[in-house]
Every structure is written in structure tokens, then in C-alpha cells.
Design a binder for this molecule. Sequence first.
Ligand SMILES: C[S@@+](CC[C@H](N)C(=O)[O-])C[C@H]1O[C@@H](n2cnc3c(N)ncnc32)[C@H](O)[C@@H]1O
Length: 338
Amino acid sequence: MNVWSQNGWVRILTDARDLSGFSRTSFAQNHERSFSKNANPLYNLHVLITSPETIQEVLVSAVRAIGARNGYASARLEAEILLAHTLNISRALLLARLGDAIADKDAAQFAGMVARRAQGEPLAYIVGHQEFYGLDFYVDRRVLIPRHETEHVVESALLAIKKIPHPEPIIVDVGTGSGAIALALARNTSRTKIIATDISPDALAVAQLNAARLHLAERVEFCNADLLDGIATPIDILTANLPYIPLERVERLPREIRHYEPRLALVAGLDGLSVIRRLLKQAEAHMARAGFIFMEISEEQGAAARDLVNVLLPRARVEIHRDLEGLDRVVEIEFGRG
Ligand SMILES: C[S@@+](CC[C@H](N)C(=O)[O-])C[C@H]1O[C@@H](n2cnc3c(N)ncnc32)[C@H](O)[C@@H]1O
């Protein structure tokens, strides 16, 4: 990463791997003259590396570096998470050890992570994991970071499974990404057959890794497919959190999302509904007679999504669920009852 200092553009080591092989002092010697005190928020990183003493001191430096770029609202929490991750201890233990000295190599590794965060990289990509529905998912830039609001899709599907008239419901999760929805459903059901699809082989590789990590590999079949292409089974429950951001809105997305999360996971044509529209066109031919679809949408798409279902699936019942903030969030479509 190049950053501006009063002496011109200089390269900062942004990654723990970049920093390996550098002792604290060699890094300092190499970069000493490139920094000017107070000229750049990343000066604090310099302090972090050249003179770290206690955990509390490096945290204070990290909060300044993160807060100056991203705002201070969650800077302290993020600094603590990154340092706990570096030291491989819990946050609670970290807070109990604020007065302890920090080793040079840990300080250097931490500084690399803080620099990445200060540049806007999401915390989950830096630490390499994200909690979703009580499970710990590995994530990297090949997949969207699973969001809390998507848990509503899981909740709704779990309730609907009880209404399926036969004992082994077939569930298909379309656009599985990290595998969040499919694996949460696998963990919370026993007699289901679950298929997870994604058009991105990279995303599927992460989903499969998560299935193995969570000991659920036997429970989920993964398919590289465009929506339901090649999925022949009559589906009882279809879940989908597909891309739904309108093209013109991309430039207004926060830097964290726009620069780091996969475009394929975010954008869906001019109105944000192009991928969902294609899925709905395919759906009837693939759904069981009394099946359900649960699809995440953005908060302003409720009315448009309802209209779309009424036009494309006139015999189905449609309902828009709101999330805990009262915003339109999940489209429920029930076949055989419309
Ligand atoms: C918004 S992300 C959601 C990932 C995951 N379901 C979650 O909730 O965290 C959308 C996913 O849909 C996939 N996708 C986009 N277009 C697709 C298509 N035509 N067919 C299948 N998957 C698609 C993307 O690769 C991405 O992994």
C-alpha cells in the first residue's frame, strides 16, 4: 500500500505476511525518514511498530489510526478484536492484560492488520471469519460476508419445513456464497436433503471449506450452476440471498463494500431485481406442488418484488416479511395456496 507523507508517497506494509521477516527495528529504520509526525493518521502505525510497550499503548495507537480513517464509533472495539486475534486470545483476556508487554513480532503483525482496516478492508476479511446463525464461517474476498439480516431467511425456512407434508424435505439454497444459509439449515435440521448452488466456483470453494470445518460436508451437496440450471429435483424449500443492488447505486455504496466484496454478489441490473426476476421465471418448473421460496430483498424492493411475483407466479401466495428494524427484508412465496 502506498500512503502520502510530507516526504512523498511511501510504501506501507499492509499485511501480516508483508511484515514477516521484518523486525520492529529494521522496519523502523527503513521507514523512519518517510514519516512526518502528525502529518498522517498512519503515523500512529509507525509509533505502534517502533515503540510498542504495553497492550494498552498499542491499542491506543491503533484506535487513532483506524478512527482517523473510518470514524471513531467502533474503532476501539475493532482494535481490540484485531489484537485479540493477533494474540490468539479472547477479548476478555486481552482486557485483563492491558498492562502486559507485547512481543515485537505480535506488534508488527497487529500493525499490518490495523493498516488494512484503516484502508477500509472489512474486519471479517482481515480476521478471516464471521459469525452467522451461531456458526463460525471462514470468509475471504471470494464471498460476501454473511449479514445478520439474512438470518431471517433461515428462521423463515426452518418454520416452513414443519409444514412440508413429507418427512425428508428437499432444500435448495441458490447463490450460497460462503454457504451461510445452507449450512445453518443443515445444522438445524436432521432429515433434509440440501443442495447449495453458486455461479462462482470461487464462492463454492469457500462454501465447501465451511461445510468441512463445520462437519456438515455430508449434509450438503454443492453445485456450480446459474440459478436452477441443471437442478432437477422438485424443491420443497428454496432459499436465496441473491445480488439485489441496482447498478446506479454501486458508486454510493460504502467503500468497505464497494472495494472489497465481490461485484457478482452485489449488483443485479438497473433495478436490482434482474437476478431475482430470472429465478422467479425458472421457479415454478422446479418447485414441489406445496413448496416455499424465501428470498432476501433490500428494504425498498418490497412492493416491486410483490408485483413481480403476482405477474410471474399468479397462482402463488406472496408475503413480504419485515426485519427487526421494521424494514421489508424477505419475500415468502407459497405454492399450492394462491
Ligand atoms: C449476496 S451474495 C449472498 C451469499 C450468501 N447466500 C449469503 O447470504 O451470505 C449472492 C451470491 O449469489 C451468487 N450469484 C450471483 N448470480 C448468480 C446466479 N446467476 N446463479 C447462482 N448464483 C449467483 C454470487 O456469486 C454470490 O455468492
